[in-house]
Write a protein that binds this ligand. Structure first.
Ligand code: PLP
Length: 416
């Protein structure tokens, strides 16, 4: 069986006493400095992944660009890394626009999504002169037409439902016929004609996104032909969705395998001079972070830690399985199979249902790999939980990029 190192951020190792090192930083030192739970991100691995995506895409389709799907880890520091690596940002909503701007993105490289964009969000997109607004419905067009000042033009894409399904959790499937996102090809045709006649909008192209945590390449390839059937445009944004490796049993396609399939379909169906955009989120960030928890108590088969569904909702929402190990005994032989539970008042607050741990004890540090995607963004204050900090590790040095919430933060929004 694989060791936990195959799931931990690339470059993880053990120190001479067996303690986990993430990017040369000892897990116990990180826990002592920043407390637990704490999310540790390998900045080196994050940058390498961003470069891998950009290089692999441009080597297959020269006129192309990668925009990071901010929703997977909408933290200014992560967005800044992507910007520094030359990527654009996909944002869904006003909050992600603001952090993207703070991260220093060129607004021209921002793509705005949303199936229910508010007047305020459309106004923010126009004010910040975002490069592309992805139109999801005719109300987006109404709002844009009443917001874009006379004499200016906003570039838009239209989101298409390709009628493609994929083998993933129903909650993260978006390209099937019943999807709440985008327009059927017939509806899209009508809206495209309206946009083409609009004095304030420029119809640049089409967008498609089939879902998330997709572990085979066919759905991506299959999504291209339905989009191509709508005619020739300058830009095709083919979405994100590539799955990440959470468990020993997962074998997601590599970035080259994914792009071979996607760009192979693009060569077959799309105009050679078009620009291609992709929007990876989960597969960009998941594997480059791990969360460190403190073991609080042991009871029967349960190992209870000081976090749970307040910092990782992936388990409760999507049944996502994670693996784990005791940070000081990663090289030890596995012990008994236990159930790792969180501290929240829900029986569903189970972090891992059945994982072998080497002789777990109170005060041990538990390392859970692959928490870089969608955990930060869905963290919450359930049971008065203080949302956890994010620490970047690079070459033996660590730095806090998001602090833990304080007790005082929890009453900051009280109106009286
Ligand atoms: C429009 C759009 N693009 C990109 C993504 C990123 O998907 P993933 O994180 O699975 O790569 C999403 C998320 O579902 C999305 O809705």
């Amino acid at each position: 069986m694989d060791s936990l190192f195959s799931l931990l951020p690339p470059g993880s190792a053990t120190d001479s006493d067996g303690m986990l090192l993430v990017e040369g930083c000892r897990a116990d030192a990180l826990a002592a400095e920043f407390g637990t739970p704490v999310m540790v991100v390998s900045e080196t691995a994050l940058r390498a992944r961003a470069r891998e995506y950009a290089d692999e895409l441009t080597s297959r389709w020269a006129k192309s660009r990668v925009v990071f799907a901010s929703k997977a880890f909408p933290c200014t520091a992560v967005q800044r890394v992507m910007v520094e690596e030359g990527l654009g940002l996909d944002v869904a909503g006003g909050g992600e626009i603001l952090t993207a701007i703070k991260a220093g993105v060129d607004p021209e490289k921002v793509v705005l999504h949303g199936n229910a964009k508010s007047d305020e969000e459309i106004a923010m997109a126009v004010e910040h002169r975002l490069g592309l607004v992805v139109v999801d419905n005719s109300d987006d067009v109404d709002r844009l037409e009443s917001t874009v000042p006379s004499g200016r033009q906003q570039d838009v894409l239209v989101r298409i439902i390709p009628g493609v399904t994929a083998d993933t959790h129903a909650s993260v499937l978006t390209g099937h016929e019943g999807s709440k996102f985008g327009l059927s090809p017939a509806m899209a045709r009508t809206l495209i004609a309206r946009i083409e006649a609009s004095p304030k909008l420029t119809m640049r192209g089409l967008h498609v996104h089939v879902g998330s945590q997709i572990l085979d390449v066919e759905p991506f390839a299959d999504s291209v032909a339905p989009v191509a059937a709508l005619g020739e445009f300058e830009v095709y944004d083919l979405g994100g969705g590539l799955g990440a490796r959470y468990t020993y049993a997962d074998h997601p396609p590599s970035v080259p395998e994914y792009l071979d399939a996607l760009i192979g379909a693009a060569r077959e169906h799309l105009p050679a001079e078009a620009e291609i955009i992709i929007e990876p989120g989960r597969s960009m960030v998941a594997a480059n972070a791990a969360t460190l928890y403190r073991v609080v108590t042991l009871k029967r088969q349960f190992v209870a830690v000081d976090g749970g569904m307040g910092d990782n909702l992936e388990v409760a929402l999507f049944n996502q399985r994670f693996e784990a190990g005791i940070a000081s005994r990663l090289n030890a032989a596995d012990g008994e199979v236990v159930t790792v539970v969180g501290r929240h008042c829900e029986s569903g607050d189970v972090l891992i249902d059945g994982v072998p741990l080497a002789d777990p004890r109170v005060d041990d540090l538990l390392a859970v790999p692959a928490t870089g995607a969608y955990c930060f963004t869905m963290s919450n204050n359930y049971n008065g939980n203080r949302r956890i900090p994010v620490v970047f590790a690079v070459d033996g040095r660590s730095r806090l990029v998001v602090r833990r919430e304080t007790w005082a933060d929890l009453t900051l929004r009280d109106a009286e």
